[in-house]
Ligand binder design. Structure first.
Ligand code: ZN
Length: 391
């Protein structure tokens, strides 16, 4: 009985700590009073938890603010030097590795372009990640022991059995044991998620999705994916592969898709597909080729027509998402989405309006992500951070 009571007290203490840490992590800076209001904990509990966290070096006082008539209030924040997290984006055109401190400030990064000819050779990607981990730790000058963990965003479906297996049907990864392969290069804790999901997480917490309860994050790169935010949390699906949005059918019997089916959305709006439709299928540097296509559209009716058609298809796909999920926000990200967005957004909105129910469309906004192409890596870094905050 006494053991059980002790366990309950310990659980409660951990929950209080987690509530305070989450609040400081997401809001960056708060006073004890604000923490009490935000977490629902009593001022005394907040004071106790904060004392403990300051003693451990996890939280610091970041400054003082005047308060009406009373003593100035201390503002509190995460101690950036207490620990670090690393986010990895196994993208379609490059592998990114970025190191962040506890305030999510980026401290070092490494990028490795993927040779379009070699595609996603597993050994190449694993080698890039291993080099990237060593490089960001060395460049930031931190002690490796202070790294809390590594989060990895992969463009595929993750199977979480006895070991983590990655299925990336469109780039030839069939049950790749990525965890085991990386283990040969690092002993840091590893966490995995789909890249569209990690992008969604980053935009939800730090970008265009802040404060949204129900949102859809659309990721457009060489291919297309999405992440669903439902009730303020990422919707995972049975195998954490919810929203393989690129493979919904938009044209029966349409263009052949990389997945083997035909008429998928991705076969029209992924960068691969856009360049192919433009007549430039094999670009050694896809990012540059797409940027050039967009520049050309001012003078070239052919380029302009390809982009207009892309906006139509993407808008139709987003209209379907609006009809199915009734999101308050749709956010478009990914390297290609961010390149295309400024020019295509009006056309995308128009097409989505035509293809969704008026009432649902009126309750939605469609905008671009705010975090740039690093959003996948930043979101991946939140995976080990979550474990840390929850204790
Ligand atoms: Zn497909």
């Amino acid at each position: 009985m006494r053991d059980r009571k002790r366990a309950t007290v310990r659980d409660l203490r951990r929950e209080n700590r987690a509530a305070v840490l989450w609040s400081l992590y997401l809001e960056q800076s708060r006073s004890r009073q604000e923490l009490s209001a935000a977490t629902g904990l009593s001022p005394a509990s907040v004071t106790n938890v904060i004392r403990e966290l300051i003693d451990e070096g996890i939280v610091i006082e970041t400054g003082l603010v005047e308060s009406d008539g009373g003593r100035p209030r201390a503002m509190l924040g995460m101690n950036p030097e207490y620990g670090y997290v690393i986010g990895v984006d196994i993208g379609e055109t490059r592998t990114r590795v970025e190191l962040f401190d506890l305030t999510m400030a980026e401290r070092a990064k490494a990028e490795y372009p993927l040779d379009q000819a070699a595609q996603h050779d597993v050994a190449v990607v694993v080698g890039q990640i291993a080099s990237g981990l060593a490089k960001v730790i060395a460049d930031s000058g931190i002690d490796k022991g202070a790294v809390l963990g590594v989060g990895i965003g992969v463009p595929g479906i993750i199977e979480r059995g006895p070991e983590v297996l990655v299925h990336g049907q469109t780039y030839g990864w069939d049950a790749v044991p990525l965890g085991r392969l990386l283990r040969a290069h690092t002993d840091l804790p590893l966490r995995f998620d789909n890249g569209a999901q990690t992008m969604g997480q980053a935009e939800l917490w730090f970008g265009a999705g802040r404060g949204a309860r129900n949102a859809v994050m659309v990721l457009i790169g060489s291919g297309t994916g999405a992440s669903l935010i439902s009730g303020g949390a990422t919707y995972q699906g049975a195998t954490s592969s919810a929203a393989e949005f690129g493979h919904v059918t938009v044209a029966l019997g349409g263009r052949k898709c990389r997945c083997g089916a035909s008429g998928c959305l991705e076969a029209y709006v992924g960068a691969d597909a856009i360049l192919e439709r433009y007549g430039q299928p094999i670009a050694p540097d896809q990012e540059r080729a797409l940027a050039e296509l967009i520049d050309a559209a001012d003078a070239s009716p052919h380029a302009a027509a390809i982009l207009d058609e892309t906006a139509q298809y993407l808008g139709a796909g987003i209209g379907t998402l609006i009809n199915l999920f009734n999101p308050e926000r749709v956010i478009i990200g990914g390297w290609a989405g961010l390149l295309l967005g400024p020019r295509l957004l009006p056309g995308i909105r128009e097409s989505a309006r035509n293809q969704s129910l008026h009432h649902l469309f009126a309750a939605t906004s469609i905008d671009l992500g705010k975090l740039g192409p690093d959003a996948v890596a930043r979101g991946a870094a939140t995976l080990p951070m979550e474990s840390f905050l929850n204790g």
